[in-house]
Design a protein around this ligand. Structure first.
Ligand code: AMP
Ligand code: MG
Length: 331
């Protein structure tokens, strides 16, 4: 089966085409275009306008790169949520238009679950992981239990990516700031004490963000502040992930989301896995960030398990939680 997936939950619009081979996913093409605001954060309407401008070309380019034709596409899927309303609606509208014009079925999928399934679909040996999902808006520790992907821990305020981006914006770095902070952190030497707020299995980042901004204003070196932010936030994320693994007795950990590109985060989680005798998995970077291929792959899993969606039911859901999805394609 060949599926074309459209991602559009926030800053990125993406089109991915995948071919399913039993339980494995072969990515034929996966193209994204990122909306970068000139200043300030992401304005939902402006991001949606950006997506509307580029989606047509992205569709053509993705099909061209994949080596298949539009007529070879068996299924169209899109990110139903969670995300920013105007962005989600733009991606869903494109998916509906394509589904109708090709006379192919449509399916709306949960973006967070897609981040997990793309790891299981593309990484050998990755079968039943605890997912540490670290992206711009979302930060969750997810694992499968009794028919659902359960959220074992999550951020109580902002996502880890937003925390990095907000700090970066304050100190004058360009969006996305995570990669720049990673570079600066490599040169940091002094650890500055930052609030480490874990409540039960949940995490909060905004207090840490304020404290980090304060250090910078008080003339601590930017490198040291970046280093301290990474050490503190990543340690907290790793701790919650380890506790979820202990609780669920799972011996695989998977990273997903844009922040999973960060080598320091990868090192910390990998070391934790090694110490527990567990396996560590991380998808290729183009499959970690928000992308259409993961949306396409989850579409196939759902469709193959018998799920069907009519165009009239293909609405979006800005607050579509991970644990609302009935996982019919695995046990
Ligand atoms: P996503 O929302 O999953 O596409 O991820 C986007 C987020 O990932 C943004 O907040 C980026 O700043 C962050 N990001 C991307 N690369 C890195 C990196 N190397 N280190 C830390 N954060 C990163
Ligand atoms: Mg994401």
């Amino acid at each position: 089966m060949i599926c074309l997936g459209i991602e559009g939950t926030a800053h990125s619009i993406g089109v991915g085409i995948i071919k399913s081979k039993g339980e494995r996913c072969e990515v034929l093409s996966n193209i994204i275009k990122i909306y970068r605001p000139e200043k300030g954060g992401i304005h939902p309407r402006e991001a949606a306008n950006h997506h509307a401008v580029y989606i047509g070309d992205l569709l053509k380019e993705s099909v061209k790169k994949s080596g298949v034709d539009f007529s070879d596409v068996d299924l169209v899927s899109f990110s139903k949520g969670p995300g920013l309303g105007p962005c989600l609606r733009t991606a869903a509208t494109a998916a509906r238009a394509l589904s109708l014009s090709l006379s192919r079925p449509i399916i709306g999928v949960n973006h967070c679950v897609a981040h997990l399934e793309i790891g299981r679909g593309t990484l050998k040996g990755c079968k039943d992981p605890v997912l540490l999902y670290t992206s711009g808006a979302n930060t969750q520790v997810i694992a499968f239990a009794e028919g659902r992907y359960r959220v074992f821990g999550e951020t109580l305020d902002i996502g880890i990516g937003n925390c990095l981006d907000k700090f970066g914006r304050t100190v004058g770095l360009d969006f996305p700031c995570g990669p720049k902070i990673e570079e600066l952190a490599k040169k940091g030497r002094k650890y500055l004490e930052l609030p480490y707020s874990i409540k039960g299995m949940d995490i909060a980042f905004s207090g840490l963000l304020t404290a980090a901004e304060q250090y910078y204003k008080n003339n601590e070196s930017l490198e040291d502040v970046c280093y301290s932010i990474q050490e503190t936030t990543f340690a907290a994320l790793t701790e919650v992930t380890e506790r979820a693994m202990a609780h669920t007795e799972k011996d695989e950990v998977l990273l997903g989301g844009g922040v999973a590109s960060n080598n320091r985060l990868r090192d910390m989680v990998q070391k934790m896995a090694f110490d527990r005798g567990a396996s560590f998995f991380v998808p290729s970077k183009d499959l970690c960030i928000d992308n259409g291929a993961m949306i396409a792959w989850l579409g196939v899993l759902m469709y193959d398990s018998g799920i069907r969606m009519e165009i009239k039911d293909s609405f979006i859901d800005q607050r579509f939680r991970t644990d609302m999805v009935d996982v019919t394609w695995r046990d």
